[in-house]
Design a protein around this ligand. Structure first.
Ligand code: GLN
Length: 274
């Protein structure tokens, strides 16, 4: 079939932009380029795969899972249904954390990313700041397969460890402890496309959505170097509660909350400098 015929097929089922994006990805072209080669033939296997993807998208599967990759802070990451789709807000967390690391540390840092999923946070930090070690942690074996694949894609030297946050981590001290943990309340209404497709283990965190912050903060003291930055993504209503938890388990800390581009509290930074 030709590119034109496939695009016509796609448009009958999904938005024409999506039809272009899916086809372009499969034949390694830029979506805007397709119109210049409408008569080119696409091999039968690729055409079949394209049609399958069009129908998957039509049936409500998120575009990122159908494509199998996302761009996060300038790098392409592999993803599938076993990991959360990375969000813009998480890019903001990474951006602000990079700034803070550069302000606070002059030597290469030891970083741990708790609940790493696809690995976007830890692997991006490894690329953007000077690191000694990067440890990527997740409780979920299937998610860790995705982490592993992304380590290979990005030529990373990071260590991948299966653990329920810090519970299985050997005694080691870190300069930077970062996490975008699950933070949705168990009974909170969320969009169907999220609820029906993304892994619930990566989304929900108890009746108040705070279980993971408490789990991390309860154990974190032993893993902090004297000077240490903890960076969390948080739900926009959770800043006060997470501040309370931080003060319950840690002394001599300074806490700051930062809003995302939608003007909602989204990041919480804890700095200890003994
Ligand atoms: N750390 C990953 C991300 O930010 C996964 C987060 C999660 O599964 N809660 O995308």
């Amino acid at each position: 079939m030709t590119i034109e015929e496939l695009l016509v097929y796609g448009k009958q089922h999904i938005h024409s932009d999506h039809a272009k994006i899916l086809l372009a990805e499969l034949i390694n072209k830029n979506p805007l380029e397709l119109l210049t080669c409408l008569n080119e033939t696409v091999d039968i296997k690729t055409a079949q795969l394209y049609k399958k993807e069009v129908l998957a998208l039509e049936s409500g599967k998120p575009l990122q899972y159908v494509l199998g990759n996302v761009n996060f802070y300038g790098n392409k990451f592999y993803i599938n249904e076993n990991v959360l789709i990375p969000r813009f807000e998480t890019e903001e967390l990474v951006e602000n954390t990079i700034k803070l690391i550069n302000e606070l540390f002059t030597e290469p840092v030891d970083i741990i990313d708790l609940g790493t999923g696809s690995g976007v946070i830890g692997l991006t930090l490894e690329k953007k700041v000077s690191t000694k070690t990067v440890d990527l942690i997740d409780i979920d074996k299937k998610a860790l397969e995705v982490t592993h694949k992304n380590c290979e894609l990005l030529n990373s030297k990071a260590n991948i460890i299966e653990s329920d946050f810090l519970s299985n981590i050997p005694n080691k001290k870190y300069d930077v402890i970062i996490s975008n943990p699950p933070y949705i309340k168990d009974n909170e209404e969320i969009e169907d496309i999220v609820k029906n497709n993304e892994p619930h283990i990566a989304l929900y965190a108890g009746v108040d959505g705070l279980d993971c912050y408490e789990k991390i903060l309860r154990e974190v003291k032993d893993y902090m170097k004297e000077k240490c930055l903890i960076a969390f993504e948080i739900g926009y209503t959770q800043s006060e509660d997470v501040i309370k938890l931080a003060n319950k388990y840690l002394d001599n800390i300074k806490i700051s909350v930062k809003k995302d581009l939608s003007d909602k509290d989204r990041m919480l930074f804890i700095i200890r400098d003994l």
